[in-house]
Design a protein around this ligand. Sequence first.
Ligand SMILES: O=C[C@H](O)COP(=O)(O)O
Length: 309
Amino acid sequence: MSTETLNGAAELRAFLRGLPGVDQVGAEERAARLATRSVKTTAKAEAIDLAISMVDLTTLEGADTAGKVRALCAKAAHPDPADAAVPRVAAVCVYSDMVDVAVRSLAGTDVKVASVATAFPSGRAPLEAKLADTRAAVAAGAAEIDMVIDRGAFLAGDYSKVFDEITAVKEACGGAHLKVILETGELVTLDNVRRASWLAMRAGADFIKTSTGKVSPAATPPVTLVMLEAVRDYRAATGRQVGVKPAGGIRTTKDAIRYLVLVNETAGPDWLSPEWFRLGASSLLNDLLMQRRKLATGVYSGPDYFTLD
Ligand SMILES: O=C[C@H](O)COP(=O)(O)O
């Protein structure tokens, strides 16, 4: 994918500051209105399967073990062992030292391995350490890299530092896809979310992602709405399509379906596939499986029926 060449820091700053401001009240009102759309029966069954296929099944804990990652991978490849019709998730997302375990566990499946990198979640490390982290994850077989931006530099207005770091990480990714985490819970305003989205896309992001899951608030519908508008407008301006990944705090089927409605009504149906939209979550999958089974059988199988996420 091609990225734009920039005429320098001044042009970038002028461009980002020249973006139209976000109507915060309007964005919140529109997200709330779309959340009331009801999706029932056949459409709901299709939405649940689509949501399952979009999950980046995540474990990002200091206490992660190889055994936990192997169990997560087994679940990613066969979410409901009793029902082969349940789709696989899109990816598992782990720390870089767990990539080789995940790659071996998922061999022969089409579930991707995504690795967080660049001193996740804080992003506080020298660039060389961030690039080494990225290269190690790619060398171990990660197909996707989830990097964090330097929020300190962004909030200080040093947009070119953030831009240069993303382009360097993109280069270190080689053929791996790059998701750029904006950590919107630290960006203070929706104007900043719009600016960070454009900055990441112009620097070569394949996906823009809301959050690490370690900062509150994590993904929210208004923030995701602003990011969906950004990818829509960026494609209209450049012809290049960029994906979106809300992550953190998404736990219920109702939440997941609300995000799918938001995608359809904001960016449009071209984004309604795992290639262009993901849900980053550690514990959403079980609820999707329970609701799927309830819809199919009319019987609610409690959380004990499925293995823990
Ligand atoms: O990228 C995904 C998040 O780290 C997971 O957050 P969660 O545990 O709130 O689902």
